[in-house]
Write a protein that binds this ligand. Sequence first.
Ligand SMILES: *Cc1c(COP(=O)(O)O)cnc(C)c1O
Length: 400
Amino acid sequence: MAPKEHLSSSDTVGLFEKYVVGNYRRYPINLVRGQDSFVWDSEGNRYLDFFPGWGCNLLGHCPEPVVKAVQQQLATLIHVPNTWHLEVQGQWAKMLSDRSFGGKAFFCNSGAEANEAAIKLARLHAPKDRYKIITFEGGFHGRTLGALTATAQPKYHEGLGPLVGGFVYAPWGDLEALAQLIDNETCAIMIEPVQGEGGVRIASREFLQGLRKLADEHGLLLMFDEVQTGCGRTGSWFAYQHFGVTPDVITLAKALCGGLAGGAMLTRPEIAPSLRPGMHASTFGGNPIAASAGIATIQMIEEQGLLERTRQLAERFQERLGRIQQQCELIREVRVLGVMIGIELAVDGSPVVQACLDRRLLINCTHGTVIRLLPAMTLTDEQVDEGCDILAAALQQATA
Ligand SMILES: *Cc1c(COP(=O)(O)O)cnc(C)c1O
């Protein structure tokens, strides 16, 4: 293929200033190409990407099996509505079911949409007077109004009221406080087993098992938002599998389709009938392109042994970052589950992100002080080391 002519980064920024709503803080860099754990800008600079696609590109950029499956599907059938049966959607649902708790799938296009489906299911499934859903401080469930109200962080609610009624916020990790919040109008508990945006906070086994027990005692649905933790990110198919707890509902998106847009909600077969025909829908949900990408994603993870590889990568990161911590007083804690990594600092992390960018390593900072890495499960050992060396240098510079 002949190389494509690209706009310069500054010309691209100009287009955005004039024509694109400014609701994101963007780096003044025009990214034009990606392969595995690298991306290139229009000036030809190469970056090592430890945050590919904001957690969506768990297989790296342009994973070959996904690209091929999608190319073939594109030329065969792009879209049909959900008034028809579609073999790839059915096969995809079976693959997700077989790797989870035997659940049934509802397909949509994003994490927020998957959570909206879960919220509606919880209310529809509950007896008539029960509608309250308990969620957790520091959580993140998406930007549509229902998912946003479920997100117990005041900074995201500012100026948007009135929000959706019926959400109750519980402190993270406190079973007693949670038990106090359950009343005879409660229908569900919704939680991320590892808070992603909230700073890679990993729930304890006891806490999640305690939630299961309380949900059973009070007849509540236990719903895990696995939009960030699902699809192999933590070294098992779904994060709940680490904790000896089986939820009633999980929501998925981000890495579900190997970098393409796609979302899903899985629920136990006994609960699924509460979403009756006509009660919920998504025009593009489970479309042939997303389905073929989703299938290729699962196949690639299995054929290349990437769950096992993710667990090895976790050990390597743990070891490398542990050594950096010994030399850097500003690191309070390193939290690793699979390739979901949080480095909690005693100071603001944004100068570290900038210092990494200057050295052509892409990372993220969340909750002010937590450096978050969501690298691809296809990363090589050399790339782990290269990125950790850059991070160590950046930490040193930014905190000097
Ligand atoms: C990203 C994210 C969402 C929102 O997903 P969108 O696809 O942006 O709507 C919801 N929950 C969690 C845990 C997430 O990380």
